[in-house]
Write a protein that binds this ligand. Structure first.
Ligand SMILES: C[S@@+](CC[C@H](N)C(=O)[O-])C[C@H]1O[C@@H](n2cnc3c(N)ncnc32)[C@H](O)[C@@H]1O
Length: 201
């Protein structure tokens, strides 16, 4: 893998540095992740299907990146997917996939308000990507009864600022746990992730 974009992403600390990193990585992101065996998008899409989400439900794919996550959702039969991201470079690649109804650059326009029947944040909230506050933004974009599917990688599961968002949302009764599953995140790195589906009450 050239330039080790995948290794370096976990060391970046500011949102600007991360956005620039993803802009520079965009053209090679899919090849890098596919070569390393990136399994979390397929696991998330399968978890949403198992949760009973209807195929035509409106889904917001937050942090859609180049569209690997939207493509995984499409592969499970979901048809109505909007994508949002802060990286113009990643969004440009996502536009070429045809997986999305519309794409939004949230660095320019702010977050989509929805409401959506489901929101996904696949490989997005945590170390190497978005700040913990995005967790609550995702919940805010859901309709009542809507499903939030997200992953925490093993780095993120050790960071209380992220896991606290999950714990507080569950303890408050704002959401209920539908499913939780541990499995392969990126096979080539030997990393794992937890995939959660929460229901907004
Ligand atoms: C590891 S990539 C995951 C992309 C895609 N979901 C996938 O599974 O391939 C993380 C993405 O989160 C985006 N991101 C980082 N901070 C964000 C934020 N605050 N809001 C939305 N997207 C963000 C990055 O630009 C990047 O495209």
């Amino acid at each position: 893998m050239q330039d080790d974009f995948l290794d370096k992403v976990y060391d970046l600390e500011t949102p600007d540095a991360l956005r620039r990193h993803y802009d520079a990585w965009a053209a090679r992101y899919d090849a890098d992740l596919e070569a390393q065996g990136y399994a979390t998008p397929g696991r998330c899409a399968a978890a949403l299907k198992a949760a009973g989400l209807s195929r035509d439900a409106a889904i917001l794919d937050m942090g859609c990146g180049t569209g690997l996550s939207g493509r995984a959702l499409r592969a499970e039969g979901f048809t109505t997917i909007d994508g949002a991201d802060v990286s113009a470079g990643m969004l440009e690649v996502a536009a070429g996939t045809g997986a999305y109804r519309q794409l939004v650059n949230t660095a320019e326009t702010g977050l989509p308000t929805g409401p959506y029947a489901a929101v996904t944040a696949i490989g997005v909230i945590g170390a190497g990507a978005a700040p913990a506050a995005l967790f609550d933004d995702c919940l805010a974009a859901l309709s009542r009864g809507g499903l939030f599917c997200f992953s925490f990688n093993d780095h993120t599961l050790e960071m209380p600022e992220y896991t606290a968002r999950r714990d507080i949302a569950l303890a408050s009764g704002r959401v209920s746990l539908v499913s939780e599953d541990t499995g392969v995140h990126i096979r080539g790195l030997g990393s794992t992730s937890k995939v959660y589906v929460l229901k907004r009450n």
